[in-house]
Structures are given as structure tokens and as C-alpha cells.
Design a binder for this molecule. Sequence first.
Ligand code: FES
Length: 125
Amino acid sequence: MSATAYLVVHRGQGADASSSRYAVPYTPGQSVLDGLRFVRQVLDPTLSVRHSCISANTCKECMIVVDGKVTYACTARLEPREMVLQPLPNKAHLRDLVTEIAPPDERLDHALKALGRPPGGSPAR
Ligand code: FES
């Protein structure tokens, strides 16, 4: 009999908060990010999760809250039980588990302002 991990994903913050519960096949050694990637690939492609290096622990983009503790989703071990995943509480929320983690002077709006273009807008024609 195979084990299952249940990921309860808080998709938002404040008044816009909701949650989704996903059953993910469990294999020892998997990371929480492995589980989230399974969700995106098989169960729910609308789930937003940020990652880049996929478990090399170098990009630092997968930081979320797992069971109340801030951690990297790629180093947190998936476990055959219910796990609660939330976006970072002290960052601007973008979507689902994704928060704004770029330093202010590295954000697109900052670069657009430096180029004399309106923030968030499309390129001038
Ligand atoms: S995916 Fe790069 S640090 Fe986790």
C-alpha cells in the first residue's frame, strides 16, 4: 500500500485567503517542492509556486511557510501526513504561495522607472 501526503495550501492572505487540499503520492526522500511540482503537473496547473534551481538550494526562491515555520520548500521533507503550506507572511503577496522576494532596487518597476517608463505598463510605442 502506498503512502500519501496531503498538502493544504493557503492560496492568499487576508480577506482573499482560501485553501486547497491535495493528495500527493509519497516516496521517502521527496521534498515539499517535489509534492508541489506534482500538484502543478498532475492535479492543478493553476497553483502558483516559485522555484528556480529545483532542490540545489541556491536560488532561495522557494521560501514558504511549512507547518508554521519559514523554510525552503526544496529542502523541507515531504511527509506522509497533512502538511500546511502558506506564503511568507511578511512579504507582499502576489499569488498563492508566491510573494515578492526581490530587493526593491531589483524589481521591474524600479528598472522601468530608471528607464523613464511607467511602472507595470507596457513598453512605449
Ligand atoms: S528551489 Fe532553489 S532554493 Fe529551493
